[in-house]
Design a protein around this ligand. Structure first.
Ligand SMILES: Cc1cc2nc3c(=O)[nH]c(=O)nc-3n(C[C@H](O)[C@H](O)[C@H](O)COP(=O)(O)OP(=O)(O)OC[C@H]3O[C@@H](n4cnc5c(N)ncnc54)[C@H](O)[C@@H]3O)c2cc1C
Length: 386
């Protein structure tokens, strides 16, 4: 790992092993093919059971439910390694673990946990998380038009979800809908239920090695036992987002390592006016800025992980790290692209793929500006959001 401050000394031996195993696996199975998958706009579905075998899915959840039960730092390092290859791979694992397994684990009944979590951990089932709707994602409470109407032992769900990662490859969808009292509820919806349609979003210029979908629910009937009994109100989906954003804070540093390393190697061998461009002050300045951002972000992610392991993590701390690390990685990817010159616009190099992916990462799971308002509200006590 790129590690200017020997942060890895702060990891346990098990955490270092988890990271080394993830890197070895991904360098063999994913890195050589990622540019092609991205260009063709396909997600490598064949890797899903392999991710399960590697323990990548919901890795910080209990082994009693089939998960790896590693520390939050080890979980973060898995996200780091996945995103070092591509934000799309990390997005798959974030959704499966933090946005599908976590809500079932935190808000589900024991029967739901026993039934779904081992299958999801093994990658035999795939899930997606439907919160965002076409009218806008930043204000999910006001924009939630999806409704759950009680009908005897069933709920009838109607509405449309937008920008849903894994939508077309999912077996189950966690759907957030308002009940007849206007309370947000979560449902585990089988995607083969009558009235459920997933339409893949095409022509994306970002996260191309990831499936993104519109979900249409037209009077989808689910048994009341499919409702997550402990999820009441918007706090439940927001708690899931905190889990996913935590992983993103780590993942973004993986992408930053990828673009920094590539830019450094290129700058060291590219000769102009008789010297490698790495010998030029302006190029060194750019590289040092990138390395500094990685060093800061890695320390931030590590501290966040230790707070999470201690049960002391706050959602505003996660907002600060998601906001900071993703924007830093996006800036670095743009700088790396610049250092690569014309080569930087091709998929022969990784920089532009990471750069375009990170545009999504900067927007989803709360935009950069929304996280500014979340932290701003925390420190000033004044709400700039509403
Ligand atoms: C590839 C991809 C995958 C995704 N995957 C999922 C998924 O799996 N599940 C899911 O539920 N969602 C998913 N999303 C949706 C994502 O979370 C939303 O795109 C995000 O929340 C922003 O919502 P929006 O795009 O509707 O933008 P809007 O909410 O319409 O915001 C537009 C702009 O306005 C700004 N803005 C909003 N409110 C304010 C304000 N009060 N003051 C100032 N500026 C403001 C925002 O920062 C943004 O720049 C995904 C999105 C993408 C692109």
């Amino acid at each position: 790992m790129l590690d200017y401050y020997q942060v890895a000394e702060l990891f346990t031996p098990e955490e270092r092993q988890v990271q080394a195993a993830a890197r070895k696996f991904l360098e063999a199975e994913a890195l050589p093919h990622i540019a092609q998958w991205w260009e063709e706009g396909v997600f490598p579905k064949h890797l899903i059971p392999r991710f399960g075998e590697m323990g990548f899915l919901g890795a910080n959840l209990p082994s009693a439910y089939g998960a790896a039960e590693v520390s939050n730092v080890a979980y973060g390092l898995i996200m780091y390694e996945l995103e070092r290859v591509d934000s799309g791979l990390r997005s798959f694992a974030s959704v499966q673990g933090a946005l599908v397994m976590y809500p079932i684990y935190a808000f589900g009944s024991e029967e739901q946990k026993q039934r779904y979590l081992p299958e999801l951990a093994a990658g035999r089932l795939v899930g997606c998380f439907g919160l965002t709707e076409p009218d806008g994602g930043s204000d999910p409470d006001a924009n939630m038009k999806t409704r759950a109407r009680r009908d005897g032992d069933h709920y009838v769900l109607s509405g449309t979800k937008m920008w849903i990662t894994n939508g077309n490859i999912a077996d189950i969808a966690i759907i957030w809908a308002k009940d007849e009292e206007g309370v947000v509820r979560g449902f585990i919806v089988p995607t083969d239920a009558p009235g459920f349609t997933a339409n893949e979003v095409k022509h994306k210029m970002s996260l191309r090695a990831s499936v993104t979908s519109e979900l249409v629910l037209d009077e989808v009937r689910v048994h009341k036992d499919q409702m997550l009994p402990k999820a009441q109100g918007l706090r439940a989906p927001l708690a899931c987002l905190t889990q996913a954003r935590y992983g993103i804070a780590w993942g973004a540093m993986g992408a930053l390592e990828a673009v920094y390393t590539e830019a450094l190697e290129f700058a060291s061998s590219r000769v102009t006016f008789g010297r490698p461009i790495a010998a030029r002050q302006m190029v060194q300045h750019k590289l040092v800025e990138m390395l500094t951002a990685h060093t800061q972000g890695l320390l931030l992610a590590w501290r966040l992980g230790r707070l999470k392991d201690a049960g002391r993590l706050t959602y505003t701390q996660v907002s600060l790290a998601k906001r900071q690390n993703v924007r830093a990685a996006l800036q670095a990817a743009r700088t790396a692209r610049e250092i690569l010159g014309g080569n930087g616009i091709t998929l022969e190099y990784h920089a532009i793929r990471h750069m375009l992916n990170l545009e999504t990462v900067d927007t989803y799971e709360g935009t950069h500006d929304i996280h500014t308002f979340i932290v701003g509200r925390d420190i000033t006590g004044k709400n700039a959001l509403g």
